[in-house]
Unconditional design. Structure first.
Ligand SMILES: *Cc1c(COP(=O)(O)O)cnc(C)c1O
Length: 398
């Protein structure tokens, strides 16, 4: 069957695979051979579903945003991942991976984090499951995301500031992989997005697919149909987008629109628009598009949103774009800010800066009045208030 899902070798078309050092080979192979079996077992499903319901607070509402709909001339539903425990979709994935880690007999959890959202989601489930937790975070990010560092510490995690490279997410991920190489037997690496070596992209997509599973049921109940005309999500590494589109991938009637971070503009060089300017390369164990210079050196990405400034991208997305299955817009900082202020003022929902990129992409499409749109609000904006207030003040002073 022609499918957009991963193939048996861990590839989406020409992208994906597992390019890991020799020492991790067995570890990654074990994971590849185990994850589907565990994720599809009744015992895992029962525990996962229970935690998603009682701990995370699922199902997250599918909210009909009436005033936003009027503004865009179509019918827009917001999938409210911002209402989850810890404030974003990331917790769906960390709950799932820690249950898998326990079933594989692992006793020590490591994770990477940029803005600190995945670090907090990992530290949270480690507290819940009484597991040792080490979070790698670039020193630059430790300084600018102080609140999340405090949250992780309060939850009992050890936060290790990483001082290599530019001291941001890419460097934290390198360091987490290095730790894993030194401790392959007892350690489980909880990766935060749909990137990295196979099976992570598919495993994370499956764990996040609860989002599209719920959308189908909720749309059927609320609109009498399972399929929207459009799905919208923002694109960092690709986990909330993967969850949003998962059950719709092979259903061509449903159009997929994704938003990556344009930063100050793709042409300025200060950008994180990997789909637009990336070239094929290998980053963190996967063959995908990478922001790199002519010598293959990884370029430092920039976005106002810390959750989107990654120089790579999950391997699913270059494949979807190459096959014409998804459209990806690059959204600049200013457009994301506009969309955030707009949603806040007309719906009373302060979105995460990342999610604001998806909201801004609504303006790129000319809708028909009966078009049905579902947009995933990946997280809440509490963590971004300082940035929002600063932007508001700058605008008022213009
Ligand atoms: C981390 C994060 C993202 C980006 O990550 P994806 O894996 O692309 O989903 C988006 N939104 C929020 C709120 C985040 O915390």
């Amino acid at each position: 069957m022609n499918t957009y899902q991963i193939d048996e070798n861990g590839y989406y078309g020409e992208f994906g695979g597992a390019y890991v050092p020799e020492i991790l080979h067995k570890c990654v192979k074990d994971l590849q051979e185990t994850y589907v079996k565990v994720l599809e077992s009744d015992d895992f499903k029962q525990e996962f579903d229970e935690l998603l319901r009682d701990y995370v607070g699922r199902p997250s509402p599918l909210y009909y945003a009436k005033r936003l709909s009027e503004l865009h001339g179509c019918k827009i539903y917001l999938k409210r991942e911002d209402l989850n425990h810890t404030g974003a979709h990331k917790i769906n994935n960390t709950v799932g991976q820690i249950l898998l880690a326990r079933r594989m007999g692992k006793t020590r959890i490591i994770a990477e984090t940029g803005a600190g959202q995945h670090g907090v989601a990992t530290a949270t489930v480690c507290a819940l499951m009484n597991m040792k937790c080490i979070v790698y975070m670039g020193k630059t990010d430790v300084e600018r995301q102080h609140l999340n560092v405090q949250r992780m510490k309060m939850l009992g995690a050890t936060v290790v500031p990483v001082t290599s490279g530019n001291m941001t997410l890419k460097d934290a991920t390198n360091e987490a992989i290095r730790d894993w190489c030194c401790n392959p037997v007892d350690t489980f690496y909880i990766l935060g997005t749909a990137a990295g070596p196979h099976p992570y992209p598919d495993m994370v997509a499956r764990l996040q697919s609860v989002i599209s599973e719920e959308i189908r049921k909720q749309l059927l109940a609320q609109e009498g149909r399972e399929n929207p005309d459009y799905l919208f999500a923002c694109l960092g590494g690709g986990s909330n987008a993967a969850g949003t589109v998962y059950h719709y991938l092979d259903n061509e009637e449903v159009k997929i629109v994704l938003a990556e971070a344009g930063g100050k503009g793709v042409e300025t060089g200060e950008t994180a628009a990997t789909i637009q300017i990336g070239k094929i390369g290998i980053i963190h164990g996967a063959k995908t598009l990478v922001m790199q210079d002519e010598d293959g050196q990884i370029e430092e990405p920039y976005s106002i949103s810390a959750g989107l400034d990654y120089p790579g991208i999950g391997p699913l997305y270059p494949s979807l774009v190459a096959r014409g299955r998804a459209t990806v817009y690059s959204i600049n900082d200013d457009e994301a800010l506009d969309a955030a202020f707009e949603l806040t003022r007309i719906e009373g929902i302060i979105p995460a800066l990342e999610s604001s990129h998806a909201l801004a992409a609504l303006k790129k499409i000319t809708f028909k009045p009966d078009d049905l749109v579902v947009l995933t609000v990946s997280g809440r904006g509490d963590k971004d208030i300082e940035t929002y207030v600063k932007a508001m003040n700058e605008r008022n002073n213009r």
